[in-house]
Design a protein. Structure first.
Length: 202
């Protein structure tokens, strides 16, 4: 377990190609990170993960990144077991996440959020700031968004959003879209997916 005292602004940068990432916000001014091995070679995978903390002027940047075992030009290869990354961070932290098949579950309230995966599922609680979420086939679920700049995009994954207050763009090719309550301008684009908009308030 790694624990950092992080009073002030916090930015989490998590780059894990496979496995699972669980994030939870708390009222404590510190950030805690646990790495849990999964699979037969999970312990080896943990050895490939770097955790760092940089602080400048009251802004804390926490980075959790899995190193590539082999890099040859644009080719990057990591192998071994999977890891579950568990993070507790202050309410309002910013989150930047990228993965391939990694599953992200982020409970609580966040500031700016950027999340990208290929096939991993993304679930985020409350976002109060700029939002950008992209997947290829992974499903996306968000509880509440307060933002003037929110974009949620997937090729074939389903999009499920509870409450949106602000400007929102939703795009998918074949995934279904379900939106609970929207207060503000909403742009929805889909080729073959179903769209279920329950309430639109302007």
């Amino acid at each position: 377990m790694r624990v950092f005292e992080t009073p002030g602004n916090v930015e989490l940068q998590i780059r894990i190609p496979t496995g699972r990432v669980s994030v939870e916000t708390t009222d404590e001014p510190r950030t805690q990170i646990d790495l849990i091995p999964r699979g037969r070679r999970g312990e080896e995978a943990i050895e490939q993960i770097d955790i760092s903390h940089d602080e400048h002027g009251g802004r804390h940047v926490i980075t959790v990144e899995q190193r590539d075992r082999i890099r040859w030009g644009p080719l990057q290869i990591s192998w071994g077991g999977e890891v579950e990354v568990r993070v507790k961070c202050p309410v309002g932290s910013e989150l930047e996440f990228s993965g391939a098949s990694t599953e992200l579950r982020a409970e609580g309230r966040y500031g700016k959020v950027s999340a990208r995966t290929a096939s991993g599922e993304i679930r985020v609680g409350d976002v109060e700031g700029k939002l950008e979420v992209k997947t290829a086939s992974g499903d996306i679920s968000l509880d509440r968004i307060v933002s003037d700049n929110a974009s949620v995009v997937s090729v074939s994954g389903d999009l499920e959003l509870g409450h949106v207050d602000g400007r929102l763009t939703l795009r998918t090719v074949s995934g279904d879209v379900e939106l609970g309550v929207a207060r503000g301008p909403v742009t929805v684009s889909t080729t073959s997916g179903d769209v279920d908009l329950k309430s639109l308030e302007t």
